[in-house]
Design a protein around this ligand. Structure first.
Ligand SMILES: NC(=O)c1ccc[n+]([C@@H]2O[C@H](COP(=O)([O-])OP(=O)(O)OC[C@H]3O[C@@H](n4cnc5c(N)ncnc54)[C@H](OP(=O)(O)O)[C@@H]3O)[C@@H](O)[C@H]2O)c1
Length: 304
């Protein structure tokens, strides 16, 4: 199977990275690339940069359009790649997978650019993960549409998002989710874009499997050491044990960040050996956490 036409759903941070990387590889192969955008977003500045690269813009609304309308939009494409995350709300990922199957697209890449949901299983602190398993069950139970799942771990920048609370430079603190030996796999959206394009164009084609990537896999202890060494600072280290994070979540059961903290702290399915990844197997250079810090962070003035 060769992909002669690819539709990407969404052009946010991840969708843009995937689209630009696909466009780099598509031109010499004569592959048609399109992006589905809400009608209101078709004329945005970001959409214009895509048009300049020869990427077609297709109007659609993943939340409000019916399943059969979406199937009609997907049908002309060989491969559909979902890059919207949970932005369109609960139930959307299952609806999109059903639409891809109804459309008879040859290969569907669902929004699964995250953790290893098979290992985490149902009933985890992050309830939206159950829908990811529903999507896997649906795709695995049929033969009409091939599927490809790309497991990337957390976006690297999320480790440094103050609201998430792992590394908070303004507070000069680092919190271990679970403990200092708990590990996490991360990949940057730019690398996810490049790797997704190479995975989609790989020969022989990849289908009906989970492909792993990793910019880095490290424990929270190694993360703290890496930040200290890269910035010449000494962060205050405080572990957030699983029972504490589950108590916090029980007090605030709808808090999405608390759900993520608890599920990452449990340490199941959130980290894998880089040796199993597409990037290591194909010797593709990626950005590790130390390089990400050098590119994006400076030590706060008070710590220098
Ligand atoms: N793995 C991680 O660590 C991690 C970290 C951060 C985020 N995430 C997840 O990643 C997801 C995607 O990331 P991102 O940063 O690329 O998100 P984003 O920048 O918010 O992009 C979401 C995209 O989906 C589109 N969209 C939303 N609702 C839509 C609808 N009803 N119909 C059509 N398009 C719709 C948006 O279009 P508009 O421009 O029209 O709104 C936008 O293009 C997030 O939702 C989040 O779940 C994961």
């Amino acid at each position: 199977m060769t992909s002669s036409s690819i539709l990407v759903l969404g052009a946010g941070e991840l969708g843009m990275a995937v689209l630009h990387a696909l466009a780099d590889l598509a031109a010499p192969r004569g592959t048609r690339i399109a992006v589905l955008l809400r009608p209101a977003s078709l004329q945005s500045a970001a959409a214009s940069t895509l048009a300049e690269r020869g990427i077609e813009r297709v109007p659609g609304d993943l939340l409000n359009d019916s399943l059969s309308t979406l199937a009609g939009i997907f049908a002309p494409f060989d491969t559909v790649i979902c890059c919207t995350g949970f932005a369109a709300g609960p139930g959307t990922q299952l609806k999109l997978a059903r639409a891809a199957i109804e459309a008879g697209v040859r290969r569907y890449v669902p929004w699964q650019f995250g953790v290893d949901y098979d290992v985490i299983g149902r009933g985890s602190p992050q309830d939206t993960f159950d829908e990811q398993l529903d999507v896997r069950d649906l795709l695995r139970a049929q033969q009409g549409t091939q599927w490809l799942i790309i497991s990337t771990g957390m976006f690297t920048s999320f480790l440094f998002e103050p609201s998430f609370g792992v590394v908070d430079l303004a507070q000069n603190s680092v919190h271990a989710l679970g403990g200092w030996d708990t590990a996490v796999t991360v990949t940057t959206p730019e690398d996810i874009g490049r790797l997704t394009a190479q995975i989609v164009f790989a020969q022989p084609p990849l289908a009906n499997q989970v492909v792993f990537t990793a910019g880095d896999t490290l424990s929270y202890g190694q993360l703290a050491d890496t930040v200290d060494a890269a910035l010449g600072i000494q962060l205050k280290r405080e572990p957030w044990p699983v029972p504490m994070l589950l108590d916090e979540l029980a007090k605030d059961p709808d808090d999405n960040l608390k759900k993520y903290r608890a599920v990452f702290a449990q340490g199941n399915g959130v980290a894998w050996d880089p040796a199993v990844t597409f990037n290591v197997r194909h010797q593709i250079a990626v950005t590790d956490v130390a390089a990400w810090i050098r590119q994006h962070l400076k030590a706060p003035a008070t710590n220098r």
